[in-house]
Design a protein. Structure first.
Length: 323
């Protein structure tokens, strides 16, 4: 990791621009160069100078990328198809520190680089490093897992603790999120209500978040609440489900239709299509109507082996979700 040799405000003044969008940048008050002659120093900049300044801005914006790193990234961008400039920006945006920063897990690009360099993000219990080849791209992860699952996975770990990435951990996060959505599906139509600060669930959740942004403890509160939703009946079930949805909104998840999430499963999951599942459900209903319960049980068992869980509801309605 490169070390910034000049203070941020001096870099801003030298380049004449608020590189990192800081509210206290000196350029916000004085857009001219430093020194007593700064306002009169308006010499014509050559084409090379314009290009050099643009490169310095780009290197600074992405957290003081070293010249060696920038050169390697540019060479890789030039070998790719398409516009080299756009390819360069795309590769810089894919750097792990930028992913951490864009996901708002760090307030600045510099604190994001600190998270990465200190080994807070690990892959299979090893520090993530491009030199080790154990890094991953977000676009590749999203081919297999829903973005909400990835967010839930990140929030399960305290921001001060290392995050160990693996497909098994993401699958565990998907199962945990599915458990919460399953509780929401128990209510007729859960809606995010205005939370009462005196509500015991709201108070437990707020206490956890106020305790140094303790998201693991806050999520544990959601799991406890989900268990209560599953046990409750009538209006109490609906009220608890609404509270669960409202608390989930604080962390920006549990806001989708539960059925849509539960039936989606993993993106790379090779299994039955929704139409094929509905055909099997219809065949099971027909078997039950003809009192062929052995066949109905066999259909349920076969679907379960293929990762499809059937849930019989009052009125003869059968709902399904992916395990």
């Amino acid at each position: 990791m490169s070390k910034r040799k000049a203070s941020k405000y001096k870099i801003d003044r030298r380049l004449g621009e608020n590189i990192w969008g800081r509210p206290k940048s000196s350029v916000n008050r004085r857009s001219y160069g430093p020194g007593q002659h700064g306002q009169r120093r308006k010499s014509k900049v050559s084409d090379f100078g314009i290009q050099l300044r643009a490169k310095q801005k780009l290197k600074g914006y992405y957290g003081d990328v070293t010249e060696k790193q920038f050169k390697a990234t540019y060479q890789e961008a030039s070998r790719m198809k398409g516009d080299t400039g756009q390819n360069l920006i795309g590769l810089l945006e894919q750097r792990l520190d930028m992913v951490v920063y864009r996901a708002k897990f760090a307030p600045t690009i510099f604190s994001a680089r600190q998270i990465v360099s200190h080994g807070h993000i690990r892959v299979n219990e090893e520090k993530m490093s491009k030199s080790l080849g154990n890094f991953f791209l977000i676009k590749d992860v999203l081919k297999s897992f829903d973005p909400e699952v990835l967010r839930f996975f990140m929030l399960k770990a305290h921001y001060r603790s290392p995050i160990n990435y693996s497909d098994a951990q993401l699958e565990e996060a998907r199962s945990g999120l599915a458990r919460l959505y399953t509780a929401l599906s128990q209510a007729s139509k859960a809606v995010a209500i205005t939370l009462d600060p005196n509500n015991p669930w709201s108070k437990r959740f707020a206490d956890a978040m106020n305790d140094d942004f303790n998201t693991p403890e806050a999520i544990a509160v959601l799991f406890d609440l989900a268990s209560e939703v599953n046990r409750a009946q009538g209006e109490e079930k609906q009220l608890l489900a609404n509270t669960l949805k409202a608390l989930g909104a604080s962390l920006n998840f549990l806001q989708r239709d539960p059925t849509a999430f539960l039936q989606a499963g993993s993106k790379d999951q090779d299994g039955l299509s929704p139409s094929q599942i509905e055909e099997q459900i219809e065949a099971r209903v027909a078997a039950k109507q003809s009192k062929d319960f052995a066949k109905a049980d066999l259909i349920r068992k076969t679907l379960l082996e293929q990762g499809i869980v059937l849930e019989d509801k009052p009125g003869g309605l059968t709902e399904w979700r992916r395990a």
